[in-house]
Ligand binder design. Structure first.
Ligand code: MG
Length: 401
């Protein structure tokens, strides 16, 4: 911490606004531990607003638009991408943060960054890269997000990385590091974690229904959904199936956020409700009530069985993994095929990590293009590679109906 610079002094107007609006247990910008590299004056922005802007303007953030959340782009254009998932998390986390009078600028920066480290093809891609990078320390999307923020992205010729505030980097660190969690997690990071979970449990079911992997009737047999539907029907009668589905999706989010806010307020009221007290807690304060938590776990078991392990998702998974493994081997043998910025990292970070960084940064689409370029001529006949060696991960025809 001693090496950090607080040269980004917080403008008085921002310090005053936060003092008036934020709770004592929130993270106030004025208490920031600063940045690794000294910078000039902040030009009317608070530290976490600067961080948010740097994240939004990063290439890694833009590439989330063409990265898989659960379903690949070839499966349709209704379902979430990694970017739209991220924006839903931002919205839900800010709702929680505003209700609890937390620092929304910090929440926004944390939420925008939380999935930056995902490689192409979601967890399938992550597992393949983890295997490829086994001898170089493995691959974990949460750790890779920190690497993007601290090393790979750039916003200033004087240093590498985005030079973000310590609180944003520490918040991301708590997603991977149990020691960091045991030291206490600020509420701003806790609401992002909770919002992420509400968002994906809800939207993955929505997307899976649209793709025909599960039906509304099946979802309504899962207790959390059944209760949400009962709450909707108490207010509306004679709903068509599509109206009921939409209303239940809204209800699931509203109900869970209300519950998270009420439970967190109860816990804060029972404690000292100061920032120091919050970060001394070794268990999260932003958690659902036991009833909802139990039913949410049942939703996750259902999604795991019926959606994440759906045969068509498994086909995508296996094809994505074999393509990444093959590309890793080709690039490892011929690193000159990578752009100069990645080749330059070989001497400092090793060949495997440099190839992993290049592959992890790819969008799904760019991976397919590069697969055709690098491996097309050697693509095996068992792979779904029609004309030109193009790797089609899932044929749209197989999704009809
Ligand atoms: Mg997420």
């Amino acid at each position: 911490m001693s090496s950090l610079h607080r040269s980004t002094a917080v403008p008085a107007s921002i310090a005053q606004r936060e003092a008036a609006l934020l709770a004592p247990y929130a993270t106030h910008s004025i208490t920031t531990a600063g940045r690794r590299h000294a910078e000039g004056p902040p030009r009317r922005r608070g530290p976490y607003e600067i961080d948010r802007d740097r994240i939004i303007h990063s290439a890694a953030f833009r590439r989330l638009s063409a990265k898989t959340q659960v379903f690949t782009g070839e499966m349709g254009d209704y379902h979430r991408t990694r970017l739209t998932h991220t924006l839903e998390v931002v919205a839900l986390a800010r709702r929680l943060g505003r209700a609890l009078r937390l620092n929304e600028d910090l929440i926004e920066a944390l939420a925008l960054a939380h999935d930056l480290g995902h490689p192409p093809f979601g967890h399938a891609g992550e597992d393949a890269l983890d295997e490829c990078l086994h001898d170089a320390g493995g691959f974990c999307h949460n750790r890779h997000a920190l690497r993007i923020l601290e090393v790979l992205e750039s916003c200033n010729p004087s240093f590498e990385g985005l030079n973000l505030s310590r609180e944003v980097l520490d918040g991301q660190q708590t997603r991977i590091d149990h020691d960091a969690q045991a030291q206490g997690v600020p509420l701003e990071a806790q609401v992002v974690e909770a919002a992420d979970s509400v968002a994906y449990d809800t939207h993955d079911a929505d997307d899976a229904m649209k793709l025909g992997f599960v039906t509304l009737e099946e979802m309504l047999e899962v207790p959390l959904w059944r209760t949400a539907a009962r709450r909707v029907r108490a207010r509306h009668t004679n709903l068509a199936a599509i109206e009921l589905k939409r209303a239940v999706l809204v209800e699931l989010v509203d109900w869970q956020l209300d519950d998270l806010i009420a439970r967190t307020e109860e816990r804060l009221a029972a404690g000292e409700a100061t920032h120091d007290w919050v970060v001394r807690q070794t268990t999260p304060l932003v958690t659902a009530s036991p009833e909802i938590a139990g039913e949410k776990a049942a939703v996750e078991r259902f999604l795991h069985e019926r959606v994440y392990r759906h045969p068509q998702v498994l086909v995508m998974r296996s094809r994505a993994q074999s393509s990444l493994r093959e590309m890793f081997a080709v690039l490892r043998a011929a690193p000159e095929q990578m752009p100069e910025s990645f080749r330059a990292r070989i001497s400092t970070d090793g060949l495997d990590r440099a190839v992993g960084d290049y592959l992890a940064g790819m969008t799904d689409r760019f991976t397919q293009q590069q697969y055709a370029r690098l491996c097309g001529s050697t693509a095996s006949s068992t792979r779904s590679a029609p004309s030109g060696g193009e790797l089609r991960l899932v044929s749209p025809r197989t999704l009809a109906g």
